[in-house]
Design a protein around this ligand. Structure first.
Ligand code: PXL
Length: 282
């Protein structure tokens, strides 16, 4: 019998709005994988389109939590990081990588900090350089195009993209350190949107897209990243994992689009969990 896999998910808890830990936990669990959580901050909602949200920074709690775990002899098959609560947390999370990394573990960094060409309001101009250091230590990274450009100091462009622009971003991200790169929000025409992948070990490029759905849906980066990691842990290749994650995310968006809920409230991923679990069992 194989031991159950265990992930450490390091993101905030946005109490309402379906992103970060409130999506990582159910999605990773549905994949049959244990999900330990390390909350970086607690907010009443995510910061995308809401005003007056509460924000409690948990930077001071992180090391005491880790120090307790050190007495318990716990190991992780993967670490998955997302929205961090402070600049200082980047260095702390980097130390956590050093503590738990093994030769078989997967460290996946989603450098959550920006979208549509702009840095999120909570982060200062020095944040991307520090996030780049963390992403460089990862085995795999999953930025959107804005985040990739911020880390690489390259010009952000709006889609549709040329193959040359995307391949340059993929190779430059791999050159920073990670063996596996998944770039989200990639379109080569007006109709389709998907993810591009590059695996440095096999030198393979991949791309998978579905028809674009008009609108901006919050939390989809975290839905995508959680499904991607789940598939990777269940032994799928990088392009297979990205394909599973694109399908899961797009189907969640379609359910939401069809009933016209407030896009700030997140997407209906829950009704796709059973199908995801079945796909990942194969
Ligand atoms: O989905 C990314 C995310 C996570 N956590 C918080 C956010 C966002 C995006 O805006 O605001 C608090």
């Amino acid at each position: 019998m194989k031991r159950q896999k265990r992930v450490l998910a390091i993101h905030d808890i946005s109490c309402f709005g379906k992103c970060s830990l409130t999506v990582a936990l159910p999605i990773i669990s549905a994949a049959g994988v244990e999900c330990t959580v390390l909350p970086t901050a607690v907010l009443s909602t995510h910061t995308g389109g809401f005003t007056d949200f509460t924000f409690r920074d948990l930077t001071e709690d992180i090391m005491p939590i880790i120090n307790h775990w050190k007495t318990l002899n716990i190991g992780y098959d993967a670490i998955y990081t997302g929205y961090l609560g402070s600049f200082e947390q980047i260095g702390i999370v980097s130390e956590i990588f050093d503590t738990y990394r093994t030769k078989d573990s997967i460290i996946l960094v989603d450098p959550v900090m920006a979208d549509n060409g702009k840095l999120y309001g909570a982060f200062g101009p020095d944040f991307p350089k520090e996030m780049k250091k963390l992403a460089s230590k990862a085995d795999a990274v999953v930025p959107n195009i804005t985040e990739a450009c911020f880390m690489l100091d390259k010009e952000y462009k709006e889609g549709p993209y040329t193959k040359q622009y995307i391949d340059d971003l993929l190779l430059s991200l791999a050159q920073m350190g990670p063996d596996k790169v998944v770039l989200t929000g990639v379109s080569y025409n007006d109709k389709e949107l998907g993810a591009a992948t590059y695996d440095k070990k096999t030198n393979e490029f991949g791309f998978y897209a579905r028809n674009k759905i008009e609108g901006y849906f919050h939390g989809t980066g975290d839905v995508f990243g959680s499904a991607l990691l789940s598939a990777m842990i269940r032994g799928k290749s990088l392009i297979e994992s990205a394909t599973v994650a694109v399908d899961f995310t797009v189907e969640s968006i379609i359910r939401t689009y069809n009933v016209k809920t407030d896009v700030r409230f997140g997407v209906n991923f829950e009704e796709g969990l059973q199908k995801l679990a079945e796909i990942l069992k194969k």
